[in-house]
Design a protein around this ligand. Structure first.
Ligand code: HEM
Length: 581
């Protein structure tokens, strides 16, 4: 009985009566209970209060200690953190917003997005700290929703957290699939696809106004198609679709019957792939998902991001699974026979050496390359052409150099590229001023670390503001201007060794496709500039009026797609003859 009284002492008499309706206590005189509670209730209450206050003080002290060492940043609200800064930037960390914040708080910015500690670094020194000094600590990726669906359980490189699976794939990319030697061996494939692009433009010119001998092309759309075909062939030894020069229409609108005219089957295949890449890119980096930052909200899926991702998966499988399965069948026998894996495409090489990889793993790897490599390279061609069209004197200089080095009697080959000194400066300057992936991809720290005077807590998401670093006035004179000449006497390269120029990032997570990207980009651009004359449409009489705003997203192309007028510059017969051989 005594024990019973002890246990109910902290409850009110009414609670006791309700909790034990059948017990003797219910009928006990209130006085008896009250007299015992008078003695024990304050003691228990006060003890609990003291314990609570002490724990609170302890937590606050630790927190203050940590806070004192945390880098500065914008105001943070309870629970949501600085989420509203992110929402203002349309759900994706915008390089320009963070450049402005860095001017106020310094090159190492700390804030919370929901419950996730986040840093953004905006100087070469800080980028070096993250990508070289503390590279191992920051070499993981946060587990955001897109990686669950588009990475098939975070199983491709771009989404994989650091660990044995990630290391295995990265090693494969570096030593086999995307190694400089492998990319060099893919030269015939690149030449063919550049040839197909040129032929496609010539066909458009031929079918356009006879007299003008010119046509308008949508540069981004054509470049996206060309790069998708290059990567499709690298992956599956297969062209994904035929090219055309017209701007994209949205396939899903046409399919939905929303008033957009139906497209031909040939064009539909092209647009399905392109819309797949665009949607995937948007889903990876364009949609803010509260559940990624406040895990308790994940199940609510407030913005419907997870639903959209789930609905997107069948579309991926419809496009990629047949290619992979056909590849499995086609290569099942041949692979056993092949001794030299150099002859195999990516999927073939993986089937030979890593039969444990499932269809889903192979789909995820295909997404790495199709999504990671096509839009970024297309955006880079578009930015470079846009800058040259804005600066006709520079365009003329590039074409003069092409005439001197290559001549007008033949077309550009890859062995010409290294001799084109000014052209190479143009490429570097374009990648500096318009890095196609301006904030890189989010890194994630696996343990606490020290950056300068500050402590960065474990499990911090880290962004490198490549856009801000590439335009840092302490590194680059007149940083906002397009001045390729600056690279004439500069030893800066774009391979991640110079932390003031990081278009491909650096370290363990640096872009594994850098050699493929540069090879595709340079051969395509040099060939287009050599074969055709380029002008802006009459709607932009002054080149300086060309809209150079960028779209916010993980890949940032021009906000308004570049339209340009092209005219053959080399004799058409010569081009067609060369393309035949
Ligand atoms: C001009 C073209 C390109 C640019 C500017 C570019 C830039 C980048 C950047 C900045 C990153 C993030 C690095 C980081 O998180 O620190 C990245 C990652 C990646 N890129 Fe590229 N890229 C380009 C083309 C390509 C190509 C052609 C491929 C493949 C064929 C490719 C495959 C990848 C992959 C798989 C990753 C993820 C790496 C990882 O998480 O470990 N990229 N790229």
């Amino acid at each position: 009985m005594h024990a019973n009284l002890q246990s109910v002492a902290t409850h009110s008499p009414e609670e006791v009566a309700v909790a034990h309706p059948d017990s003797d206590l219910a009928s006990m005189p209130l006085k008896l209970i009250g007299s015992s509670a008078e003695w024990s209730f304050p003691v228990v209450f006060l003890t609990s209060l003291v314990v609570l206050l002490l724990s609170l003080l302890f937590v606050l002290r630790i927190r203050r200690k940590l806070l004192m060492k945390l880098p500065p940043g914008p105001p943070t609200w309870p629970i949501v953190g600085s989420m509203f800064t992110i929402i203002r930037t349309r759900g994706r960390p915008s390089s320009r917003v963070f450049t402005t914040l860095a001017k106020r708080y310094g090159p190492l910015l700390f804030f919370w997005i929901g419950l996730r500690p986040t840093i953004v670094v905006s100087s070469a020194e800080m980028a070096m700290a993250i990508l070289r000094t503390c590279d191992r600590t920051f070499s993981s990726r946060p587990k955001f929703a897109p990686g669950k669906y588009l990475g098939y359980g975070y199983s491709n490189v771009v989404f994989a957290p650091s660990g044995p699976h990630f290391r295995l794939l990265r090693k494969l990319y570096a030593s086999e699939l995307l190694s400089p030697a492998k990319i060099e061996r893919m030269l015939p494939l690149r030449m063919e696809e550049v040839g197909a692009t040129i032929r496609c433009i010539l066909e458009s010119v031929a079918s356009a106004d006879e007299q003008a001998k010119a046509c308008v092309i949508d540069v981004r759309s054509l470049m996206l198609s060309a790069n998708l075909n290059i990567i499709g062939r690298m992956l599956f030894s297969k062209r994904l679709f035929d090219l055309d020069t017209k701007p994209d229409t949205d396939v899903h609108h046409a399919a939905d019957g929303l008033g957009v005219p139906a497209v031909s089957p040939r064009r539909k295949a092209a647009e399905e792939f392109k819309s797949f890449v665009k949607e995937a890119t948007k889903l990876i980096g364009g949609s803010f998902n509260a559940g990624d930052y406040i895990p308790a909200l994940r199940w609510l899926d407030l913005q419907g991001v997870e639903r959209t991702l789930r609905q997107f998966q069948p579309k991926i499988e419809r496009l990629l699974l047949p290619l992979i399965q056909e590849h499995r069948r086609r290569h099942a026998f041949a692979i056993k026979e092949k001794e030299n894996s150099d002859q195999l495409d990516f999927i073939g090489s993986l089937l030979v050496g890593h039969s444990e990889l499932s269809d889903n793993n192979l789909i995820a790897i295909s997404i790495d390359l199709l999504v990671g490599g096509s839009d970024s390279t297309a955006a880079s061609v578009e930015w470079t052409l846009a800058e040259l069209l804005r600066h006709p004197d520079l365009l003329q200089k590039v074409q003069e150099e092409l005439d001197i080095v290559v001549g007008r009697q033949k077309m550009v080959t890859e062995s010409d590229i290294s001799k084109l000194l000014f052209f190479n400066c143009v490429i570097k300057e374009s990648l500096r001023l318009h890095p196609p992936v301006p904030m890189g991809a989010p890194h994630f720290s696996t343990s606490a670390c020290t950056l300068g005077d500050y402590t960065i807590p474990p499990h911090t998401t880290a962004y490198v503001n490549i856009h801000a670093i590439n335009r840092d006035p302490t590194i680059w004179a007149d940083p906002e201007a397009f001045r390729p000449h600056r690279f004439f006497d500069s030893c800066f390269n774009v391979y991640g060794q110079d932390f003031g120029l990081l278009p491909f990032s650096s370290g363990r997570r640096g872009c594994p496709g850098v050699h493929a990207a540069l090879a595709n980009l340079k051969l395509m651009l040099a060939s287009l500039l050599h074969s055709f004359s380029w002008t802006l449409p009459p709607s932009i009489p002054n080149p300086k009026d060309l809209d150079m705003r960028e779209r916010v997203g993980i890949v940032s192309p021009k906000l308004t797609p570049l339209q340009a007028i092209v005219r053959p510059r080399l004799p058409t017969d010569l081009i067609l003859e060369t393309l035949k051989t």
